[in-house]
Design a binder for this molecule. Structure first.
Ligand code: NDP
Length: 504
């Protein structure tokens, strides 16, 4: 063997003399059971795939750092945010949501924007999207919504009718639907989109005062999107264009970065706020909660192995550090269960031991033990219960979080209607979008809704019309609908509208 080369071995380290020819009975005979190397190789190959993520299956990741650029100690005692200039290692994963693992990066979809901060107080995960809002605000609707983004159970085809049926029966979706069908629904790459926490979180300081916050990671590369036709062309030409763009930019040392802006409200400000701050279908208007710049995220290192570091990465909004807590946002409350649960299914009970998921800057000292793939020392001979008298790890007061006042009756409440569901989507259409943005939005919607049954088109156009008259009228005209009928439906309650648009 040439000097400096490694000897090929089996999985348990024994050297192999041949990796090209199977043991056979004679040169043309059948293979022999005794070729244990062949058996091991095929058996491992048969098990190479793990279940794909049920959402966010197609993604790309990179390492980098987060640097604090403003003093936020009056809002949070999180150690990684404690000093201007402080840097913390980060792993980021960007993804589409509905597509399966082999789907195209340019498909119209929100994009996941997930960050893992390896802090000295353990890992903190921020599991955001490239949109500041979401389609629904009650987690009970989540599996239904995702089913509409997957494939029709009968035909196994993507089915716009399922999606528009659901959205037209779920009017709180109009804000996110408007963003999704704008060109922001097809970003030119992961480097050219913003990341938002979307949810409201709680920050609390060393004195125990707390604040409600939203994160906005604004791209320093500038927003760049594909138009509908450009995205369709890209899906065919390079289904991995966003993955490739991120990898190549980092490889040529053109490191992408994002500026972190926070919206922060005291509990008193939140009390008087014009919008329900726990409704994820709404933003906090910038005028009413001006964002402040507090840090920078830079990605500067590509993973060395996709499966080990990206496919096995597991983010979880319940990975919190002292100084950061959750809010009563119902969708967030649902995610606190669902993320950990889906990782247990996909990666097993010890997924926290996979290197990309392990805390890098803090020891893990828990009483969790055993389970499949327990690959560390499993707590050695130390006590495996708490409380104990044998010097095992103890809870620490630094992790205590201030409580929040709650009142009311426990029940299956309809989401409180503090706010009109249409006005923010309308503001986006009227005030924020350019003429070109509006034209592209309408054309993207009309292109997608063409084959949807008429009653669903009418019902949904009434919702566009309620957001903005011009918006509704232009989509109706693009679909060849009678505007008079749309206006009539818009004047009804949602229940009346649904009753008036039955599917024959
Ligand atoms: P502002 O004018 O203060 O802010 C508008 C925001 O909209 C900016 O953050 C901008 O992000 C973003 N934006 C610009 N073009 C588009 C687009 N085509 N699709 C989606 N977002 C876009 O207004 P308000 O804060 O009063 O919000 C008005 C509307 O803007 C909201 O109803 C919401 O739909 C949208 N918006 C608001 C955000 C917020 O947190 N307040 C965040 C994102 C969107 P950028 O600077 O990156 O271009």
């Amino acid at each position: 063997m040439a000097k400096g080369k490694k000897t090929l071995t089996g999985s348990f380290g024994c050297p192999l003399g041949n990796d090209l020819n199977t043991w056979t009975a004679g040169p043309r005979g059948p293979a022999l059971m005794q070729d244990v190397h062949l058996l091991e190789k095929l058996a491992h190959f048969d098990r190479e795939r793990i279940p794909e993520r049920v959402v966010h299956a197609k993604g790309a990741g990179a390492y980098g750092y987060f640097e604090v650029t403003a003093d936020v100690t009056k809002y949070t005692k999180a150690a990684f945010l404690s000093k201007v200039g402080k840097r913390t290692e980060v792993f980021a994963r960007f993804s589409t949501v509905g597509g399966s693992k082999g789907s195209a990066d340019a498909e119209r979809d929100p994009r996941g924007f997930a960050l893992k901060f390896y802090t000295e107080q353990g890992n903190y995960d921020m599991t955001g999207n490239n949109t500041p809002v979401f389609f629904i605000r009650d987690p009970l609707k989540f599996p239904d919504f995702i089913h509409t983004q997957k494939r029709n159970p009968a035909t196994n085809l993507k089915d716009p009718t399922m999606a528009w049926d659901f959205w037209s029966l779920t009017p709180e979706s109009i804000h996110q639907v408007t963003i999704l069908f704008s060109d922001r629904g097809t970003p030119a790459g992961f480097r050219h989109m913003n990341g938002y926490s979307s949810h409201t979180y709680k920050w609390y300081n060393a004195k125990g005062d707390y604040y409600w916050v939203k994160y906005h990671f604004k791209t320093d590369q500038g927003i760049r999107n594909l138009t509908g036709p450009e995205a369709a062309e890209m899906c065919g030409r390079d289904p991995d264009h966003a993955t490739r763009d991120l990898h190549e930019a980092i490889a040529r040392k053109d490191y992408p970065s994002w500026t972190l802006e926070m919206q922060i409200l005291s509990p008193e400000q939140a009390e008087d706020f014009a919008w329900d701050i726990f409704d994820i279908t709404k933003v906090w208007p910038h005028k009413e909660a001006p964002p402040i710049t507090i840090g920078k995220l830079v990605l500067n290192r590509n993973p060395e192995n996709y499966f080990a570091e990206v496919e096995q990465a597991a983010f979880n909004p319940s990975n919190l550090v002292p100084g950061i807590g959750v809010s009563p946002d119902k969708m967030l409350q649902g995610r606190l269960f669902s993320y950990h649960d889906t990782h247990l299914h996909r990666l097993g009970p010890n997924y926290h031991l996979i290197p990309v998921n392990r805390p890098k800057k803090a020891p893990e000292n828990s009483y969790q033990r055993d389970g499949s793939m327990r690959v560390d020392d499993n707590g050695k001979g130390g006590p495996n219960y708490w409380p104990n008298s044998f010097g095992g790890p103890e809870p620490d007061g630094v992790s205590l979080e201030p409580g929040i006042p709650l009142e009311g009756e426990a029940a299956r409440h309809v989401f409180g209607h503090k706010n009109d569901d249409y006005v923010q989507a309308g503001n986006l259409y009227r005030r924020v979008m350019s003429d070109q943005d509006r034209t592209n939005l309408v054309s993207n919607i009309v292109g997608n809704m063409g084959e949807v049954p008429r009653p669903i088109q009418l019902r949904q156009c009434a919702i566009f019309y309620l957001a903005d008259k011009d918006y509704g009228a232009r989509v109706a005209s693009g679909l060849g609908l009678d505007l008079g009928k749309v206006k009539k439906l818009a004047a009804m309650t949602q229940e009346q509208r649904v009753a008036a648009t039955p599917l024959k």
